[in-house]
Design a protein around this ligand. Sequence first.
Ligand code: E4P
Length: 221
Amino acid sequence: MKLLLDSISKNEIEVLNSVIDCYGVTSNPTIVKKHGKVNLFEHLKEIKKINVDLELHVQVVGQTKEKILKDAKNIVDALGSDIFIKVPVDKEGLCTIKELKKKGYRVTATAIYSEFQAILAVMNGADYIAPYINRMSNMEKNTVEIIKNLRRFIDHEKYSTQILAASFKNIGQVTEIINAGAHAVTVNPYLINEVLLSPTVNKAIDQFVDDWEITFNRKEI
Ligand code: E4P
């Protein structure tokens, strides 16, 4: 299982990288907008310095094959060939994924709202597919079934594509999608912090310390 952070906040990534086993970082133009205007390539180089092994997934903005190829080249020229190029799966995107794979790029097929869209991206050779879990849930789709079916399809047909589930709005969605067979998930740090900084857990820990102190009149073991 791979856990990635759906964020470009250096601070959040630095803190969580020291606490959990972070596999990488994903971004898209909306994540960059929320973070605030930065020189994205320089910013991502800084993020790599936090942990050189972090896998980076960077999204194109071009909407035609020509422009997507140009974006991909710019991303790789700036950040290196081990970067995953995120390409939204529409007609142009699918066609470009095929081309990018021929040229040796690493590709994450994104903006996936349906099982069929995902299957087409797998067939075109995407390294990862990123189904949008919460956005599909909002469309009343059974996301657990979709992930189970996709995993069965990939394993049965012996594709090497991995499911990198994205767009989570609560941690329950994350665990059910891991159990359904996703190879990887990308999660916003605030959802992880909600679990790690839970007042319920803190209360339990405080109670243990109080009970020890009442019994032994000290706070050390
Ligand atoms: C990540 O790769 C996706 O672009 C992201 O998870 C989408 O999340 P959202 O639905 O919160 O915008």
